[in-house]
Design a protein around this ligand. Structure first.
Ligand code: ROI
Length: 172
């Protein structure tokens, strides 16, 4: 077992009741062994980034504290994705029931075939930076700079906070 570490995870869904997918996933993150969700953002509706015609996404970001290592945490995230019917197919940027991306693991930089942290596209995605700023406005992304500054360089007007905030499953 490792010392407790802070990690940030991005959640995204644009298929099969995305709001419910993301809410359920937030509750499931809190059930990973040795792991607690300390905070999570509201849910946001965002225009799809990437090629093709696909539905809008629901996105959120969670801050975890975990005694797992980064690869063990990644396996847990992938297991939650599978339980949500996610099929990792050949098409890279296809619509999905649930995507859980490990954004940051403390201030580690890791570059392995299975996992790169910080997430290689975190700094250029409004749908990640907007919810991340909500829960961690002081955060500094290793190698890239403060979240607030990164947000000045990307488009974020198509990331809208959903009126109804999701705190599902995390109340005492
Ligand atoms: N676009 C948005 N808005 N939100 C996502 O979570 C998301 N995830 C993806 C791609 C296909 C890059 N586009 C996205 O994986």
């Amino acid at each position: 077992m490792n010392d407790p570490t802070t990690a940030y995870v991005a959640l995204g869904s644009n298929l099969d009741h995305p709001v419910e997918q993301v809410r359920r996933a937030l509750a499931e993150l809190n059930q990973i062994g040795g792991t607690r969700v300390m905070r999570h953002s509201a849910l946001y509706r965002s225009a799809p980034v990437g090629p093709g015609d696909q539905p809008d996404y629901v996105n959120a970001v969670a801050c975890l504290i975990t005694t797992l290592g980064p690869l063990a945490l990644l396996l847990e995230l992938q297991s939650i994705e599978r339980r949500h019917g996610r099929v990792r197919g050949a098409e890279r940027w296809a619509a999905r029931t649930l995507d859980l991306d490990l954004l940051l693991f403390d201030d580690f930089s890791l570059n392995t075939p299975q996992l790169t942290v910080p997430h290689p596209r975190l700094h250029e995605r409004g749908f990640v930076l907007v919810p991340l700023r909500e829960i961690a406005p002081e955060l500094h992304v290793p190698g890239h700079g403060p979240v607030t500054e990164l947000l000045t360089r990307v488009r974020s007007d198509d990331v809208q906070r959903l009126a109804e905030t999701a705190r599902a499953g995390l109340e005492p």
